[in-house]
Design a protein around this ligand. Structure first.
Ligand SMILES: [Zn+2]
Length: 192
């Protein structure tokens, strides 16, 4: 399921080459500048018990961190999968495997975003207002959802993670300036 020729980082490389067993309970949220956050995640080819267990672990970690979304690269898994739990209006826990996005309302709107992998940084991000997401659920069924509110934003944020894109890439110049030190501190902590 993990593309064995795809070299992400030492951790993933070893995991894929040795076909190591993934222990979902040992997965943790990784922080910027972990290199897996910059990679392009690979499609999930079949929905195995392992995928289901990783998805459940991601849901648990998302709730423990009081987040509304979490993408597989954030737990160091280079898979095209994310989970969400949007509270208002309550949307329940959802799993999106191999998601695709289409913009239904391309006009950009601004909203503040944070990221569980970039603690302490909340920045205004411009994104298209309306999105249609098509993905596969854990039962292997394709589903499509549309939104022009907060869920649309969460889908776009999590989808970006699958392509190695972070909010610090999309923040506006004022936020870039205001958070320069915080980002530098994260980078220093990551390389320590
Ligand atoms: Zn994030």
């Amino acid at each position: 399921m993990v593309n064995r020729t795809h070299l992400w980082c030492d951790l993933c490389d070893r995991r894929s080459i040795a076909n190591m067993t993934i222990v979902p309970s040992e997965l943790r949220i990784v922080s910027y500048p972990h290199p897996i956050l910059r990679g392009k995640a690979m499609p999930i080819e079949s929905i195995t018990d392992e995928v289901r267990a990783v998805a459940q672990r991601m849901i648990d970690l998302m709730h423990m961190a009081e987040g509304v979304g979490l993408a597989a690269p954030q737990v160091a898994m280079p898979w095209r999968m994310f989970v969400t739990s949007v509270p208002d209006p309550p949307d329940g826990d959802r799993v999106y495997i191999n998601p695709r996005l289409e913009f239904t309302i391309p006009e950009l709107v601004v909203h503040e975003e944070g990221c569980l992998s970039i603690p302490g940084i909340n920045v205004d991000i411009r994104r298209p207002a309306g999105v249609r997401v098509t993905a596969t659920d854990l039962e292997g069924n394709e589903f499509t959802l549309e939104d022009d509110d907060f869920r649309a934003r969460v889908w776009q944020h999590e989808f970006d993670h699958l392509n190695g894109i972070l909010i610090i890439d999309k923040m506006m110049p004022m936020d870039r300036l205001a958070n320069r030190r915080a980002i530098r501190d994260l980078e220093a902590a990551g390389s320590a």
